[in-house]
Design a protein around this ligand. Structure first.
Ligand code: PEP
Ligand code: MN
Length: 352
């Protein structure tokens, strides 16, 4: 159920409707839009009994949302969600593209700093790297943990890059929430419902990567889990799905971008690195992702990929990332978009 407020409804009207909904035992989610506010209702097991809400001041109509996802749906919020950050000019979901780049994992301070310096200089606004790595083998490098998070916090200070990093369980989420600007939920955890709910109680935006075999509906339901707990700053990320094709690590499903945009107001970005698993395919698919209308990219870049502890085969060399950014800028312009300059201050001593 969804209560659509009139364009001229006041803050007091909205608050009164929310209070009424909560007094009926449901949860109210006010979602302001450009024209008017809609209030999503969750917490009902069956039919919602709305009592006298329809007659309250400022209420235009009550709509039944028949889809399983409610808060994620464009029915609830027709305008695109734009995620803003208090400590940067970067946004995700607006007309400017968000570029998230960095190594698969933080391996040590020197590696992280060298890579960060290059991605900042190329114009990325976000630095990505894992401090907790969900590896297929328990014998592979598992990440540096909190020490890795501390290095990323230093990188934010030094280069003005916002930090995106993965939480693999509730325990790591506590720490990631403290250090990062965006909490990443990885493909393998897309249906870890207790983790999604915990992320929904966090006060940082959450980037949800598509599960390895997730349908569009399952992908959107993962975002719904986060939103149902009150965190409305969710970013979706297509990262390839498993198919019979064996010419790449995964099959990057770019069709999902317009499919998501039709159904949901949430931003969607594309990760061509995990989506292809092969360095030579990352740049072409990154270009395609922007052309298809994605709100941004997540790209693995390593200052020395041949020595990377994880995902070196799919990590771009910094020079390749420079070239990619130049191409993305041109494709973005065709679509009336750009890449926001965040004015990263790169100390001369480092940029040499
Ligand atoms: C990652 O971004 O480093 C990662 C592990 O991605 P995914 O969860 O998509 O495999
Ligand atoms: Mn990786």
């Amino acid at each position: 159920m969804l209560v659509v407020m009139k364009a001229q409804a006041t803050e007091d009207d909205i608050r009164a409707v929310c209070q009424k909904i909560e007094s009926l035992g449901y949860r109210a989610h006010p979602l302001p839009g450009e024209q008017r506010t809609a209030i999503g209702i969750t917490g009902n097991q069956g039919e919602v009994e709305m009592g006298t809400v329809e007659e309250m001041a400022g209420v235009q109509e009550i709509i039944r949302v028949s889809k399983p996802y409610k808060l994620v749906s464009r029915d609830v919020k027709p305008d695109n969600t734009v995620i803003a950050f208090h400590n940067s000019a970067a946004t995700i979901g607006g007309s400017s593209l968000a570029v998230i780049a960095g190594p698969c994992a933080v391996e040590n301070r020197d590696q992280a700093f060298k890579t960060a310096e290059r991605v900042a200089r190329a114009g990325a606004q976000f630095f990505r790297a894992g401090a907790y790595k969900p590896r297929t083998s328990p014998y592979s490098f598992q990440g540096m943990g909190e020490d890795g998070l501390r290095i990323m916090a230093e990188i934010r200070e030094r280069f003005g890059l916002l930090v995106v990093t993965e939480a693999v369980d509730n325990e790591s989420l506590e720490l990631v929430e403290r250090y990062a600007d965006v909490i990443q939920i990885g493909a393998r955890n897309m249906q870890n419902f207790s983790l999604l709910k915990r992320a929904g109680r966090a006060r940082k935006p959450v980037l949800v990567k598509r599960g390895i075999s997730a349908t569009l509906e399952e992908f959107l339901m993962a975002a719904e889990y986060v939103m149902s707990e009150g965190n409305y700053n969710v970013i979706l990320c297509e990262r390839g799905v498993r198919t019979f094709a064996d010419h790449a690590r995964n099959t990057l499903d770019l069709t999902v971008v317009p499919a998501v945009q039709r159904l949901s107001h949430l931003p969607i970005i594309v990760d061509p690195s995990h989506g292809t698993g092969q360095r030579d395919k990352v740049t072409p698919l990154a270009r395609a992702a922007i052309a298809v209308g994605a709100d941004g990219l997540m790209v693995e870049v390593h200052h020395d990929p041949d020595r990377a502890l994880s995902d070196g085969m799919q990590s771009l060399y910094p020079d390749q990332f420079d070239a990619l950014m130049g191409q993305v800028r041109q494709i973005a312009a065709v679509l009336g978009r750009d890449i926001a300059l965040v004015g990263a201050t790169i100390p001369a001593a480092v940029s040499k």
